[in-house]
Design a protein around this ligand. Structure first.
Ligand SMILES: Cc1cc2nc3c(=O)[nH]c(=O)nc-3n(C[C@H](O)[C@H](O)[C@H](O)COP(=O)(O)OP(=O)(O)OC[C@H]3O[C@@H](n4cnc5c(N)ncnc54)[C@H](O)[C@@H]3O)c2cc1C
Ligand code: FES
Ligand code: FES
Length: 491
């Protein structure tokens, strides 16, 4: 028998026996009749269903870290011990307890109203949640950051100009009310107090940290993946088979601390498979060692998806266009696959055996991803129908170590050109140990064409994808060797 799931919904403690695979969107709308959270695509694309998810950030301290997530892809089993905030939980009651039906608008809502940023209003709860989550979750606020925070919210009737104007005035308003004059130096608790004081969130938010500490800690996951479907961020699983998951036994791994560890050891950087894309972007170890990788992350999905999507999920889902997996191939990643007793090491290059076929035994779980700590440069390129918020037609990553024009080490990888995320072994080997010039690069690009096998589909014809990859590889080398690669030769 499954354990009940305990969490805080807005200001209320909840315990439920519902199946852990029930998506939070359905729980809110159908079971709690909280219909402010809107249902639209159910695929993580529109942001109408956005909610806030808060969890204790630092062991032993009552500081809650909030992130915006799409409730249509968020399973109930994964919010054990957390604070779930729907749009109904954002407005403070006006006029005391007797007047709970009337609410005061928050500054986020007021600015949207003042700037005429609402027409039918269907998208508005999502925008309000995303902006509120941005103010709660970020130590520094900026116009660009706030715009990125709503990049996963689609409005089909108002357009975005008035929303941007609302954001400008909102930031001015909340920064003006900040006790320190700016949010930049404010400690987390201080920032929350400021946001409560200026009405962005209600006062009960100040009590949540202590209340979460008294909730039972999530059960340590002792289940064997052989018997259960592993659910990490759920951003692939709940798009692919949400209904089927309601029939299965699920193992939620987001609370497993081993899967969220980061450590440097023996010239390797180990990243827990349960680390999210958003967390990767913030890791000081990666920022220091591979700033280009962190900078490429905005090209993946939207902020709410990145808040949930994990590194392990990106690899094990085995999509031929998985962006992060292609990056990891170029970085020479090694996987740690754990069964009940041992951890088996396997090069990521050897993990994919065919379309969605993996070298992973029943009972194994992806535990960590190790990156060699080597001096070199990294580059990632992606072409999709939209520059942001879209999956790739073709993507490519490259890692290089070179001295005085001679390529000492090179790893090239690409997605969308084979049934698997592909390590370009021949193209890489052709250039390694060589002095780069236009002619040699031409030869290497021809070799790459022999090792890929793209197919024509909705993202482009085979010919188009071949040409795209050629151009993306060229883009890496123009970045790495701006003086040696002559643009006029390649025009
Ligand atoms: C709107 C939207 C936009 C997207 N855009 C992009 C994009 O631009 N680029 C991109 O690459 N992807 C994109 N994705 C896909 C997805 O977000 C990523 O692939 C993500 O990294 C999957 O991680 P997850 O934690 O959500 O995986 P889940 O859905 O939880 O799991 C995926 C698979 O991996 C297995 N699994 C997960 N963790 C482990 C583990 N530790 N051990 C063993 N098995 C495991 C699960 O059982 C499942 O089979 C997008 C998805 C959506 C919904
Ligand atoms: S309903 Fe569109 S993102 Fe959830
Ligand atoms: S106001 Fe109608 S969808 Fe945004």
């Amino acid at each position: 028998m499954e354990q009940p799931i305990r969490f805080i919904l807005n200001d209320e403690s909840i315990e439920t026996d519902l199946h852990g695979g029930t998506v939070v969107l359905d729980f809110l709308r159908r079971h709690r009749r909280l219909t402010g959270t809107k249902e639209s695509c159910r695929e993580g694309d529109c942001g109408a269903c956005a909610v806030l998810l808060g969890e204790l950030a630092v062991d032993g301290q009552a500081i809650v870290q909030y992130r915006v997530v799409n409730s249509c892809l968020l399973p109930l089993g994964d919010i054990q011990g957390k604070h779930l905030v729907s749009i109904e939980g954002i407005n403070p009651p006006r006029g005391g307890e007797d007047a709970v039906d009337t609410v005061a608008l928050t500054p986020v809502q007021s600015q949207l109203v003042v700037h005429g940023a609402i027409q039918c209003g269907f998208c508005t709860p999502g925008f309000v949640v995303s902006l509120t989550g941005y103010l709660l979750g970020q130590r520094q606020w900026s116009f660009e950051g706030a715009v990125d925070a709503v990049a996963g919210n689609i409005c089909r009737c108002t357009g975005y100009a008035s929303i941007k104007r609302a954001i400008v005035d909102l930031l001015e308003q909340v920064t003006g009310s900040s006790r320190s004059g700016s949010s930049a130096d404010a400690a987390d608790r201080g920032r929350l107090e400021t946001l409560v004081a200026c009405g962005v969130v209600p006062a009960y938010f100040l009590t949540i940290g202590e209340r979460l500490r008294t909730l039972e800690a999530p059960q340590r996951q002792r289940r064997r993946p052989a018997d259960y479907t592993v659910v990490a961020g759920g951003t692939d699983l709940f798009v692919q088979k949400a209904e089927q998951l309601m029939e299965e036994s699920l193992s939620f791994v987001s609370g497993v601390s081993e899967l969220r560890q980061v450590r440097e050891e023996s010239d390797r950087l180990y990243l827990g498979a349960g680390i999210s894309m958003a967390e990767v972007k913030e890791l000081p170890e990666l920022r220091k060692r591979l700033p280009q990788l962190a900078d490429a992350l905005p090209l993946i999905a939207s902020a709410p998806i990145r808040n949930r999507a994990t590194l392990g999920g990106n690899i094990v889902n085995a999509s031929p266009i998985a962006d992060f997996t292609v990056m990891l191939l170029a970085l020479g990643a090694v996987l740690g696959l754990k069964n009940e007793k041992t951890v088996r090491e396997l090069s990521l290059q050897r993990f994919f055996r065919g379309y969605k076929q993996l070298d992973m035994e029943p009972g194994e779980r992806l535990e960590w991803i190790a990156l060699p700590l080597e001096e070199g440069n990294f580059s990632f390129e992606k072409v999709s129908r939209r520059r942001y918020l879209d999956i790739a037609s073709v993507n490519s990553a490259a890692w290089i170590c070179h001295r005085h024009g001679r390529i000492e080490k090179l790893r090239l990888a690409a997605g969308g050109v084979a049934p698997i995320p592909l390590y370009l072994a021949q193209g890489s080997a052709c250039l390694e140990g060589q002095e780069l010039g236009d002619e040699l690069l031409e030869q290497a690009l021809d070799r790459v064409q022999e090792e890929i096998s793209p197919i024509s589909d909705v993202r482009g014809s085979e010919r188009y994808k071949r040409l795209l990859l050629r151009q993306l590889l060229l883009a890496h080398f123009i970045k790495f060797f701006p003086k040696r690669i002559h643009a006029e030769v390649w025009a």
